[in-house]
Design a protein around this ligand. Sequence first.
Ligand code: SAH
Length: 261
Amino acid sequence: MKDFVFKKKYGQNFLSDKNLLRAICMDAGVDENSSVLEIGAGAGSLTEILSENAQRVVSYEIDKDLKEHLLGLKLANVDFVFDDFMNFKMSDVENQFDGEFKVVANLPYYITTPIIFKLLEEGTKVKSLTIMVQKEVAEKICSKVGDKDYGIPTVVTAIYGSAKITRIVGRQMFYPAPNVDSAILHIEIEKDKFKTIDKEKFSKFVRACFAMRRKTLLNNLSSFYDKSKLKEALGEELLARRAESFSLDEFVELFTKCKAL
Ligand code: SAH
């Protein structure tokens, strides 16, 4: 790692505090039977702890300048992939695992949301996500109906599983320190909960409902559905409300009622 130049464009903010790294592993519930996917190995500090605690780790790292250092760690149960995680189809990522796996990572912040949604929307063997993200992103995803940051990421995540913040991590814990604080976000995937819902279509529906936040449901949905049919299916009262006022269960109900339109 001598002479390593940090690359801002890759969101390189490394961790080294062993207690924090162990805490991330613990929040993820990693044990000797776990398979783990890490995105962004960096200098391998989290990878090492994961390697000690899990059965197997697959770790992606885009920066080839880190290759020699990471391979030099000689972690027997870790397979590194030196490439852009976003370039892979989720099915190819999943083929590297026999069964289910947990995602544990200190994510590169410039692509936090695309990574989360790729894992949620395209993953079939993902058991849980335990990821370091910007505090604001974690708070948004965990917010409740009525909170000001309640929105698309909150509702779309909730259809896949339950999200919670396990701890807040100050910016000083990273090197170099980013200019935002962070949080560890844990999402436990609940495969059976909304089994009958087509989640991809549900996501699109939620995005349509929130298209213009200050507008009513009627305004937002009338660009996708016939107005009179909407009124018939949902009634004037629901249509006069804004998307931000609906809970997850209400969204599921709205979605189900609109499916036939
Ligand atoms: N896990 C390490 C590093 C976290 S920083 C630690 O906690 O110390 C995020 C890491 O993700 C960086 O090493 C960066 O190079 C890597 N990265 C950024 N974009 C990536 C991508 N698209 N695919 C894979 N890795 C990426």
